[in-house]
Write a protein that binds this ligand. Structure first.
Ligand code: PLP
Length: 413
């Protein structure tokens, strides 16, 4: 038998070259975060201290003394790792405590922690939609990649509704066989546009058409509601949602993902989800750190208040300076550039000339032609820093001639 002479290396290189020619090759900054001086970090690319404006450690909890001491103490007490999968090695006690806290936070019967928000979405949605016989899943078109992958691997029939479009969702629900099980999967805060979904209206439809709801609150937990349980808490809707999913890696400043739901739903995911069963559990130190962070933000609204004040102040400042801030309803302030090459150049100029770090966001994270800088102020940024960022953005946008037409956003939707 003869085999063709395939040049594997060249095939891989061609894919990389394609990204480079489209201006969307990703370069990660080599950063050294420093506990105690966030949002500042040392860049090993420029060799200087930079101000980070694109972190998802939204409240700076990654350096909170309570979180650091809970993690250090847990390492000293329990050691480094979890010792294996929960299926093989049992559940370490720090995880049991964390799951009790999460159930309490969301006012649900139970919670289940996995290794990341991504893994949780993938594992929970694929399991849920394959266990329900002949299920149809209704998914918002802007749902995160992890939800899309979970839905795909369930092999259930899927219906995509236009982003946040209640009428379209109802049209699809109405057309579906009333006897088939239905799941509606959506997010509260959409992380690239910063808009918020109509949760109450979606719950109304779920009740009317007898569907269950799966809400991803990844960008909202810790941030909204009196106890930081998310937008559903802020709007008094937690009880109406069947499954709430969240992360421990953004506002809580650590790592991990979870669902909170009824005891039966949690048990079914625990018992069947491959992404939960066949992987090593989160180490005790991460569970203890996350627990300390959640507990702190359940009691303290201080960080949320300062954060929301800063978001409003920066948004105002940028809009007054003519920066094309997209119409966000949350703490995420995307600034439209609408060109992948200019977006990367703007990010490089901010880093090299102003020691400001904002990562460019390009396709496929956002639709082509809507490339943007995604700015996330924290409670640790002050007025002087906001002023510096706004001035730098004005300078860079003028230099590069960036004047995007906001109507590209309507066309992309
Ligand atoms: C909406 C959404 N869900 C899930 C995830 C994954 O969460 P994690 O970073 O904890 O894996 C992300 C990540 O950014 C996200 O934006």
């Amino acid at each position: 038998m003869t085999y063709s002479n395939i040049n594997y290396e060249a095939l891989f290189q061609q894919s990389i070259d394609r990204l480079k020619s489209e201006g969307r090759y990703r370069v990660f900054n080599d950063l050294e975060r420093k506990a105690g001086s966030f949002p500042h970090a040392q860049s090993h690319i420029t060799g200087k201290t930079v101000n980070v404006w694109c972190s998802n450690d939204y409240l700076g909890m990654g350096q909170h003394p309570k979180v650091i001491s809970a993690m250090s103490e847990a390492i000293g007490r329990y050691g480094a790792g979890a010792g294996g999968t929960r299926n093989i090695s049992g559940t370490h006690h720090a995880m049991v405590t964390l799951e009790e806290t999460l159930a309490e936070l969301h006012n649900k019967e139970a919670a289940l922690v996995m290794t990341s928000g991504y893994v949780t979405n993938e594992a929970a949605l694929s399991t849920l939609c394959s266990i329900l016989p002949d299920c149809i899943i209704f998914s918002d078109e802007y749902n995160h990649a992890s939800m899309i992958h979970g839905i795909k691997s369930s092999k259930a029939e899927k219906k995509i509704f236009r982003h946040n479009d209640i009428e379209h969702l109802e049209e699809l629900l109405k057309a579906a066989n009333p006897l088939r099980p239905k799941v509606i999967a959506f997010e509260s805060v959409y992380s690239m546009d910063g808009d918020i979904s109509p949760i109450a209206a979606i719950c109304d439809l779920a009740e009317k058409y007898n569907a269950i709801t799966y809400l991803d609150e990844v960008h909202a937990v810790g941030m909204y509601g009196d106890h930081g349980a998310g937008v559903a808490e802020r709007e008094g809707l937690m009880e109406r949602l069947d499954i709430i999913q969240g992360t421990l890696g953004k506002a809580y400043g650590v790592m991990g993902g979870y669902i909170a739901s009824t005891r039966t739903i949690v048990d079914v995911i625990r018992s069947y989800a491959s992404g939960f069963i066949f992987t090593t559990a989160l180490p005790p130190a991460l569970a203890a750190g996350a627990n300390a962070s959640i507990r702190h933000l359940m009691e303290s609204s201080e960080e949320r208040k300062r954060h929301q004040y800063n978001v409003g102040a920066l948004k105002d400042m940028m809009l007054k300076a003519g920066i094309p801030v997209m119409p966000s309803q949350s703490h995420i302030l995307p600034v439209l550039v609408a060109d992948p090459v200019l977006c990367k150049k703007a990010s490089d100029m901010l880093l090299n000339q102003f020691d400001i770090y904002v990562q460019p966001i390009n396709f496929p994270t956002v639709p082509r032609g809507t490339e943007r800088l995604r700015i996330t102020p924290t409670p640790n940024h002050n007025h002087a820093m906001m002023f510096e960022l706004t001035r730098a953005l004005v300078w860079v946008f003028e230099r590069l001639g960036i004047k995007p037409d906001m109507s590209v956003l309507d066309k992309a939707a």
